[in-house]
Design a protein around this ligand. Structure first.
Ligand SMILES: Cc1ncc(C[n+]2csc(CCOP(=O)(O)OP(=O)(O)O)c2C)c(N)n1
Length: 942
């Protein structure tokens, strides 16, 4: 018999039951041990853990791990039950590492003893509090933590698998997607938001199991049964059914079923299924008192009460506590049944008991209660274990040992196979790119007919081009002929097919209508052929499952869409098939799905979010939803292009990095785009003026703006010096753009440019660069040289990624520093001290969003900074009006520059004779310095 298809014979549940009991004891011990470590220090926060919530899931997870789960299946599980999963995986000996090695028995036991432990030297295999990517048993296990998010992610992973298959990629056919969800967790809006979507997409390989233990963190749940017209398990069932799901209630264990089959037993069933309130039932579980149970029966059913008269007190209590969710045979049956509806998702309500097997059985205060030492001793002893070796395995020759060895081998072999296959497939995809000649830096979007363009429009062009390129060779939409590809487009064709777009009902309004037109992926529409009725200037939104489809459409469900972006973005990791999801969403509503975004990033998913339109630049549309927040989550890179070309460079680079696996620390990409058009010619016009882009310029030559008067002395008119070729200029600027910022206006090398006297750096991001350009002109008229540095990625320049290399681009390439520039001549003071004076170059940052986006430049380089940002709720109006209202307009920038220049203190520098001696190389005995206490990196004693 294959270990994956265990028959539910009368002996099997007993065998699996014995294994579950050992898993139970080890789970309880691992939590207890985590809370009783010797190294605990006074004042440390609690360690914690949730044995009661683990116990209620014990048999559901046992059925899954020991009998029903196939290797390729995916599992996600309520966070606090993770020790149960670890305990089963330990008994199955499937702890492994990413490098393909397996933990031996002693290492596995050490890992079991390392729940919630920091991975110190020599103890690298540890378990986080909740399921984590770094856990040794994370294979096809979704991380958890925030309840309500992972089950949705698993749904979209199911969709991503089906999409991949329908697009000709090799993925496991029979993967099933299991989620175990707490009953309070099931009140999360994220789950309810996803439910109709799962059914509409006919995802029959999705099963959600509700651990219905009628308790939550605070105690016994108190749903108002009057208001809900029944118990919560019935409401859950009605909700699921109304949303198109199939429902299986696993209410009763075998003992109950046995009694129900006797004459009169039906009355008992009726009491449990229809009469007892959850509150009463919960009380009966907590008390486990035959008299109370009989009283409840009498209150609700004279027949039921009569029937129970033939039962002993012990049997009466047993019938109350005999719930289906703790009956392995029943659970296995229902999980198997869930796999029999290929196009309908299943919701199983597993009736369970929180604290099953523990002293805190059904205790309202049991959510995080921990067992005493006595209880631990008892639990271990009851299951044949000792304190000396609590994580002992079954002897190999025992039936349990034999069973576990066989199933463990099946799982290990499958895991190793899957890892190998995904490595190979990823390598193959990478090689295909190489063979095609690598990826170009741009998609070569022709802007010549669009002198005024905005970044959202550009995104639409890019999306349309990627789709056209990827479907040129295969069957086009409805077999339509496509334009032949250019050489560069052929190179893009090697990856463009992996790109897909997603959007929560804002595809047409964010300029990606061409991608939607007949390309929405989904079950073949039942209305096909009726589109004639709707023929208009509007994309065809009917769904198809053909390989030319590229778009996943959502209702207004940003959270679903974000989870889907995360799930599609994990396909390369899980299956080796690259997948590059790009989600378009109104930027403001990213907040709706912030927890999902965090989850995707923690999960290590690879995806792009285009937040558009964004900020108060929404203009006439923007009073109510125009806030742009500073999101700094690890693994996320944020971008905000100004010119259309920047958008192209950024997306092309993101795709390339994904394909070449060069996106560590930046797998999630957020690009903010706007609908305010700017003249695209301004890019080169401004760049060509800069000294660094002038061809031959004699040493010492200073420039002056074109047409400037004689008061610029002998300076040479900038227009008289030919610039380098456009390609060379753009090549250099592309490098800067992809490093996070570039000089759009750079006055270095112009006559009269005096840092410390009349120079200020203006950092501008996004659409507001237009205002910065306006300000720089006005400032020049006042004798101030304002360089305009366009920030393309706040993250790279100033955020987590900038921090990683100590803001090198800002300091070294852009040469923004805190140097003190001598402003006055030296003077001899009375005490023999020499007095100098100097100023630093201050900066002004301006962004359409939270000040935090660009607020730390001054502190990084050590200069005065003023930040102009959105600091109040906005109003509708033209951009110039809204910017003026928010103090982001050109005049406000001018004011801010004046302010920082005037407030930049003239710093006096007194130089002592001793220092002068030293500078002159005549110093005598060196004195101890504080620097010795803080040596530079690498100089610390070992
Ligand atoms: C979004 C979110 N909110 C709050 C928590 C904290 N929390 C963890 S478990 C829990 C109660 C869960 O109750 P239930 O879903 O009924 O599961 P049970 O513990 O009863 O099995 C809460 C509030 C969380 N992890 N995630």
């Amino acid at each position: 018999m294959s270990p994956t298809t265990v028959e539910t014979t009368s002996q099997t549940p007993a065998l699996l039951g014995r294994i579950s009991e050992r898993a139970f004891a080890q789970m309880v011990h691992m939590i207890w041990e985590a809370n009783h470590r010797k190294e605990k220090r006074a004042g440390d926060p609690k360690v914690g853990g949730h044995p009661a919530a683990c116990a209620s899931s014990l048999h559901v997870l046992g059925a899954l791990h020991l009998a029903v789960r196939e290797v390729e299946d995916y599992v996600c599980c309520k966070p606090h039950a993770s020790p149960v999963d670890h305990a089963y995986h330990h008994l199955l000996q499937v702890f492994g590492r990413e490098d393909g090695t397996w933990l031996g028995v002693p290492e596995a036991k050490r890992a079991m003893a390392s729940l919630r432990k920091f991975p110190e030297e020599g103890a690298r295999d540890v378990f986080q509090s909740y399921h984590a990517r770094s856990d040794p048993d994370s294979f096809h296990f979704l991380p958890s933590g925030s309840v309500g998010i992972p089950p949705v992610a698993s749904v979209y992973l199911a969709l991503a698998h089906r999409y991949a298959r329908d697009h000709g990629r090799e993925v496991p056919k029979s993967a099933h997607f299991w989620s175990l969800i707490g009953d309070s967790e099931f009140r999360e809006g994220s789950l309810l938001e996803a439910m109709p979507d799962v059914a509409e997409r006919l995802l029959g390989n999705v099963t959600w199991i509700i651990d219905y233990n009628r308790q939550n963190l605070d105690g016994t749940r108190m749903p108002n049964e009057k208001g809900l017209h029944g118990r919560d398990c019935d409401r859950i069932a009605r909700t699921a059914e109304a949303n198109g799901w199939r429902v299986i209630q696993v209410r009763h264990g075998s003992f109950r079923e046995e009694l129900f089959a006797h004459k009169g037993g039906e009355a008992l069933r009726e009491v449990f299924e229809e009469k007892l309130t959850d509150y009463e039932f919960q009380l009966s579980l907590f008390k486990r008192d035959a008299f109370l149970c009989r009283t409840l029966l009498r209150q609700h059913s004279e027949r039921g009460h009569r029937f129970a008269k033939d039962l002993s007190d012990e049997e009466v209590v047993r019938v109350f506590t005999d719930l289906g969710g703790h009956d392995l045979g029943k659970v296995i049956q229902s999980l198997r049944a869930a796999k029999t509806t290929p196009s309908q998702p299943t919701l199983i309500v597993a009736h369970t008991i929180k604290g099953w097997g523990l002293d805190c059985f059904a205790d309202p205060s049991n959510h995080s209660s921990l067992p005493s030492e006595d209880e631990i001793e008892g639990v271990l002893a009851r299951h044949g274990l000792t304190r000396d070796d609590p994580y002992a395995l079954f002897p190999p020759e025992s039936p349990e040992g034999h069973y576990l060895a066989e199933r463990g081998a099946y799982l290990r072999e499958g895991i190793a196979r899957s890892r190998k296959s995904r490595r190979e497939k990823r390598e193959l995809a990478r090689r295909a790119v190489e063979l095609a000649g690598g990826l170009p830096d741009t998609l070569d979007i022709d802007l010549s007919l669009f002198p005024m363009a905005h970044t959202q429009w550009m995104w639409g062009q890019i999306a349309a081009k990627l789709v056209r390129v990827s479907t040129a060779d295969g069957p086009g939409v409805g077999g339509a002929k496509q334009k032949p590809l250019t050489e560069d487009e052929k190179r893009w064709a090697s990856v463009a097919g992996f790109v897909l777009t997603l959007s929560p009902d804002v595809g047409t309004s964010t300029n990606i209508a061409p991608v939607l037109d007949k390309r929405v992926y989904g079950p073949k529409s039942e209305h096909e052929g009726e589109q004639v009725e709707f023929k208009a200037r509007h994309p065809e939104l009917m769904t198809f499952s053909d390989p030319w489809t590229r778009h996943i459409r959502f209702e207004i469900a940003e959270a679903n869409c974000m989870s889907a972006a995360g799930a599609f973005g994990k396909m390369a990791h899980y299956t080796g098939n690259p997948s590059f999801p790009i989600m378009t969403v109104y930027d403001f509503f990213i907040k709706r799905a912030l927890d999902q975004l965090y989850y995707n990033l923690y999960w290590g998913s690879e995806f792009v979010i285009i937040g558009t339109p964004s900020g108060v630049t929404l203009s006439f549309e923007g009073a109510q939803h125009s806030w742009k927040s500073d999101i700094q989550i690890p693994n996320l890179i944020t971008w905000e292009p100004f010119f259309a070309l920047e958008m192209e460079w950024i997306l092309a680079d993101a795709i390339k990095r994904h394909m070449l696996d060069q996106n560590d620390g930046r797998r999630g990409v957020l690009v903010r785009a706007v609908t305010r058009a700017v003249p695209q010619a301004a890019l080169l016009e401004n760049l060509r003026r800069q000294v660094r882009f002038k061809g031959a310029l004699a040493a010492g030559t200073l420039l002056k703006p074109a047409g400037a008067g004689d008061d610029w002395g002998t300076a040479q008119d900038e227009s008289s010096v030919a610039p380098l070729g456009d390609a060379e200029i753009l090549g250099a600027v592309r490098t800067d753009v992809l490093r996070g910022a570039y000089h759009l206006v750079d006055w270095r090398g112009y006559a009269g440019y005096e840092p410390g006297e009349n120079v200020v750096h203006v950092f501008a991001m996004g659409s507001i660069v237009t205002e910065a350009l306006d300000a720089t002109k006005k400032l020049l008229e006042r004798g101030v040289f304002a360089n305009v540095i366009v920030v393309t990625s706040p993250e790279l320049l100033l955020g987590i990624l900038g921090h990683q290399d100590e803001y090198r681009h800002l300091r070294e390439h852009l040469e923004v520093d805190g140097d003190l520039h001598a402003a006055l001549g030296a003077a001899e003071s009375e005490a023999g001290l020499v007095s100098l004076a100097g100023r630093r170059v201050p900066c002004v940052a301006v962004c359409d969003g939270e000040a935090g986006l660009l607020d730390n430049i001054g502190s990084i380089v050590g200069v005065r900074q003023e930040t102009l940002a959105v600091r109040k709720f906005s109003k509708c109006g033209r951009p110039d009006q809204v910017y003026a209202y928010q103090h982001l307009d050109g005049d406000s920038i001018v004011e801010a520059c004046g302010k920082v220049l005037s407030e930049t203190a003239l710093e006096d520098l007194r130089v002592s004779p001793a220092l002068l001696e030293r500078l002159a190389g005549r110093d005598r005995a060196p004195r101890p310095s504080w620097r010795e206490l803080w040596p530079a990196d690498g100089e610390l004693a070992p």
